[in-house]
Write a protein that binds this ligand. Sequence first.
Ligand code: HEM
Length: 331
Amino acid sequence: MTTTTASLFETSLFRCRSSSCSKFKYEFESPAKTGILSPASCKHVVRSLRALRIRCSSDDPGSGSVFLSSRRKMAVMLSTVQLLSHLLPPKGNAADIYGVMQSEIRKVVTKGKAAGVLRLVFHDAGTFELDDNTGGINGSIAYELERPENTGLKKSLKVLAKAKIMIDAIQPVSWADMTSVAGSEAVSICGGPTIPVVLGRLDSSQPDPEDKLPPETLSASGLKECFKRKGFSTQELVALSGAHTIGSKGFGDPFTFDNAYYKILLEKPWTSTTTSKMTSMVGLPSDHALVEDDECLRWVKQYAEDQDKFFKDFTNAYIKLVNSGAKWKTL
Ligand code: HEM
């Protein structure tokens, strides 16, 4: 495990390691490890922590390192956290922490970062294989960032690590839950559907098997086969591919989650000799493949005509994706 990867899992600990504050070395566990705060308390803690201007290190923001500007601020934070930990009920409502997750995620995930975050979800969950029940949504993406198919995802994980530090201070959450909720928020931030996500996934402590994600060069039948091995139908393949409506490689406005992907796909702009081939109009070979296959084409047409249906089917397929291969906490 690399230092960066290992430290991505340490966000329930606040550490002060910078040279500027090396005199004050504090390490303590999350205040709410054994309980859940009420929404009002959550807001108070979050506000308190923010007021202390905790900053993530810019050169390794995923490390969980935070710099506190003074000994006094650290002392105030410690006492706030200790006081609250005594006041906490032993058990709480999962809805409370869900709200905190949404709020903290929205502070770091802008429209510009939404596509990377949504892609992160697929690259964590998409390793799932039904036949041997390996892979799936388990936070193992943090160990797989050097794989070629995950190029560019390190920065998305680091963005989420900043929010996770704040959430873990209230109640530790798994990376699997974190990415699942963040992907849902990313969709919503870009104008897409509101997708509810159940919490309780456990993280893996090792990478998933390699070469489980579909290469972009797959034909439609290859894509269908690949998704089938993960428990997804052709309809779900087409609905999930609609995620490419945001980001730099798909179709439509890169910051708007809508059904433009399907509308433009039907126009096959990549075959045109007259249309200017802007990056946003080129798409991926795996996108092009969808309109070359009758079964996929049927769904592409439906989603191009009916955005509500796309949103509904994407919602259901996304929920299935973030439950793929998940191991759950027992109550
Ligand atoms: C159908 C099989 C799929 C293939 C072959 C595929 C492949 C790719 C590739 C090659 C990229 C470009 C990465 C880069 O910027 O270099 C990409 C981007 C993206 N993928 Fe997929 N993908 C697939 C399905 C999915 C699914 C199911 C989701 C999520 C539900 C997803 C979400 C995204 C997003 C949001 C981006 C844009 C990322 C950005 O611009 O930062 N993809 N995909």
